[in-house]
Design a protein around this ligand. Sequence first.
Ligand code: CMP
Length: 137
Amino acid sequence: MERTLSIIKPDAVAKGVIGKILDRFESNGLKIAASKKLQLSRMDAEAFYAVHSERPFFNDLVDFMISGPVVVSVLEGEDAMSKNRKLMGATNPKEAEAGTIRADFAENIDANAVHGSDSVENAAVEIAFFFSGREIS
Ligand code: CMP
């Protein structure tokens, strides 16, 4: 049993595909152990993506992530981290395999519909960033 963090980004929330994306998780054996919709502050987004702070796309990434509400969820199941990343598809939707969330719902590498933790270790940090223990079940 493993947990990972998912973010449905502002582009997908604005498009009205929260339910369709959550259904991909549930239909593929991932349980939604916690979920909430929220508006990130600039400080939230900068802190969450601090690992990318030296990358040239950092400012655009932060601007995009605060451009509208997001839905953050804890997904739980066997191999949840890698299963979620398979369901999401490649970071750049142009390279994402057909049938993946990014191929179906994303526009470009910034507005790419979803974020998912990239390791089990990062998942624990990212889950703790958004959720207290009693919010997850
Ligand atoms: P995400 O999985 O949320 O992690 C960091 C985000 O930065 C990534 O998805 C993309 O939306 C965004 N990004 C923009 N440009 C790049 C790039 N060249 N490489 C990786 N991520 C990028």
